[in-house]
Design a protein around this ligand. Structure first.
Ligand SMILES: [Zn+2]
Length: 264
């Protein structure tokens, strides 16, 4: 599932290609029946909040897209490619096209529904104006494991399974540690780290969380098997201490950690 860095990047790219222009819009597979309402209208902006996208055609005409596990976009220059697959939404101008397949949601929100969604989301590390204080206050009251809290989009918006595992490794915190036992200093540093790593991932188009000094190949381009400390590295040795990385189910998603570096 794409994390916040990818969603924000889609918003940037789609805004650059489509915003300020009158769009043609359709839904070849019929799964977005309201497409015809948007056809011929001008797209004003594209907004990203956590893992949610909003294509703003008007204050009560916002296409909400949540990719979920299986949604994805395809983009290109005109002409349109032949229709194929479960093509749910297609938007195009004279020069550019964007296609959407398989999202969890693609529907029109009015302002009330859009604001209700935003009110349910926690601060997003990739939005300048985000204030993390409410999230810190909430975590400091909870006995829920920090590994679950970081994935809860009402606590922080945009952090997914990769960033959860990697942020906790970099903070040397076990995913099972209760929220209230994490402490204010560690929470502030996790937030700063999330901002830094997610911004870098937007620019690099991949998530790299390892520091050069910790990688087996510390020079040259980062090798794919050395981009993460723990995520999907179960059974392999920790780059820092050599202990075997572990994995376990946590809230329906697999969490990865080093039993030595993240003892508790
Ligand atoms: Zn370790």
């Amino acid at each position: 599932m794409p994390e916040g860095n990818e969603i924000h990047r889609f918003a940037e790219r789609h805004a650059a290609a489509l915003a300020g222009k009158r769009l043609r819009v359709d839904s070849p597979n019929g799964a977005f029946p309201d497409a015809s309402i948007l056809d011929g209208r001008t797209l004003k902006s594209v907004e990203a909040f956590g893992k949610h996208l909003g294509y703003v055609f008007g204050s009560d005409l916002i296409v909400h897209i949540h990719l979920g596990m299986f949604g994805d976009f395809w983009e290109g220059k005109m002409p349109l490619p032949p229709e194929k697959g479960a093509l749910r939404l297609r938007m195009w101008t004279k020069t550019d096209w964007v296609e959407l397949r398989g999202a969890t949601d693609c529907s029109i929100f009015d302002q009330r529904k859009w604001q209700a969604l935003l009110a349910r989301l926690g601060p997003d590390p990739l939005r300048q104006e985000s204030d993390p204080a409410p999230a810190f206050a909430l975590i400091e009251k909870r006995t829920t494991p920090i590994g679950l809290l970081l994935m809860d989009q009402s606590v922080f918006a945009g952090i997914g399974n990769i960033f959860r595992a990697e942020l906790l490794f970099r903070a040397r915190i076990n995913p099972a540690r209760p929220g209230k036992a994490v402490g204010a200093t560690a929470l502030r540093s996790i937030w700063r780290d999330a901002k830094k790593l997610m911004l870098a991932a937007m620019a690099d188009r991949r998530i790299v969380t390892t520091r050069a000094k910790d990688r087996p190949h510390s020079r040259g381009p980062v090798q794919d098997q050395e981009v993460h400390y723990v995520y999907r590295r179960h059974g392999k040795p920790c780059f820092v201490c050599g202990a075997t990385i572990k994995k376990q189910d946590m809230g329906g998603r697999t969490v990865y950690w080093c039993p030595e570096c993240q003892k508790n």
